[in-house]
Design a protein around this ligand. Structure first.
Ligand SMILES: *Cc1c(COP(=O)(O)O)cnc(C)c1O
Length: 323
């Protein structure tokens, strides 16, 4: 079935200079631009919107009336699925890993605001979470509704086209683009950019959301499970775990905020900037090369990140480590 994407956002998203952040990283002032995919779309916006334009189109074309998707408790994808469903008049059921927290914060507050139903799957791995979503979809169908399961992170070989379009948009906006740094979660955003721009220009920074980032991106690119050595993926920014505060990512969040007024968060965009900073330090990225940091959104996650909130309540100091 041929699927035409729905319109959930107003494209193109802007590209902004960040000269003070560039020089803080050791680049020339004009070297760094920030592409603001955090600004556009329902539910606060973020990178999941471009993918949801495809997955929701698929659901609507199939006659579905209910979106079922999965994520971590602070999933931006779950929140944006809730928002897309609200806009399209679809019921949304979010199947989230873990147990209901006592005081919902961040994305969970917005999930409630947007009217999504939340089912807690308990302590499960990725397969367990997907199985829970299939179970919930079965219950929804047994009640006479027509569910559509949106896979983890909204990343499918179809929805990758949302970021292929973003990559073409970026190439028009920044013709001399040499590197685009992007946080890698489920891998669809990086995969789409690689389709449009080629592997050599895309620097993915693994955030620890999937066990093997290389396999995740390669699988979305060509359906194979084999790693592609041409993909540039940094795996050094994960730290203790996906949902823990990694010191370099936190330093990057503070640096972006204090040099530029640019608000990142520790789970995704902070890791992306920390990965770019490491690439500059190691000479993989050198002054004079045009770089773009893709701002993929996620601001509500900052308010739902207990360790980050605790740091700010303590007086906001850095990680205590040298950058
Ligand atoms: C999900 C997410 C990412 C990663 O995107 P994937 O396509 O899942 O790799 C990056 N940044 C933010 C803020 C996200 O929510």
């Amino acid at each position: 079935m041929a699927v035409t994407p729905l319109h959930l956002g107003s494209w193109r998203t802007p590209v902004e200079p960040a000269p003070r952040l560039a020089t803080a990283l050791g680049l020339a002032p004009d070297d760094l631009l920030v592409k603001r995919d955090d600004l556009v779309g329902p539910g606060g916006g973020g990178n999941k919107v471009r993918k949801l334009e495809w997955t929701c189109a698929e659901a609507v074309a199939a006659g579905s009336d209910t979106l079922v998707t999965t994520g971590a408790a602070q999933s931006n994808h779950a929140r944006l699925t809730a928002a897309a469903g609200a806009r399209l008049g679809l019921r949304v059921v979010l199947v989230l890993a873990g147990d209901a927290p006592r005081g919902p914060r961040g994305n969970l507050l917005l999930d409630a605001l947007l009217g999504a139903e939340v089912v807690w799957a308990g302590a499960v791995d990725a397969d367990g979470l997907q199985a829970a979503a299939e179970r919930v979809a079965g219950e929804v169908a047994a009640d006479g509704a027509r569910p559509h399961v949106v896979p983890f992170g909204g990343s499918t070989t179809l929805s990758v086209q949302g970021y292929a379009a973003a990559g073409r948009e970026l190439a028009e906006q920044v013709p001399d683009l040499r590197h685009v740094a992007v946080a890698l979660g489920s891998g669809g955003t990086m995969a789409g950019l690689v389709q449009a721009l080629g592997a050599e220009r895309v620097l993915g920074v693994h955030c620890g959301a999937v066990p093997d980032a290389h396999v995740a991106v390669a699988h979305l690119l060509d359906g194979s499970a084999g790693p592609d050595p041409a993909l540039r993926i940094r795996t050094d920014q994960v730290g203790a775990a996906y949902d823990r505060l990694a010191a370099p990512a936190w330093d990057a969040v503070l640096l972006a905020a204090r040099t530029t007024g640019l608000v990142l968060e520790p789970t995704y965009t902070g890791r992306a900037l920390a990965g770019l900073a490491a690439a500059v330090r190691e000479g993989e990225v050198v002054p004079g090369e045009r770089c773009v940091l893709l701002h993929t959104g996620g601001l509500p996650g900052l308010f739902g990140h207990a360790e980050a909130v605790a740091r700010l309540e303590e007086g906001a100091g850095g990680s205590g480590q040298e950058p």
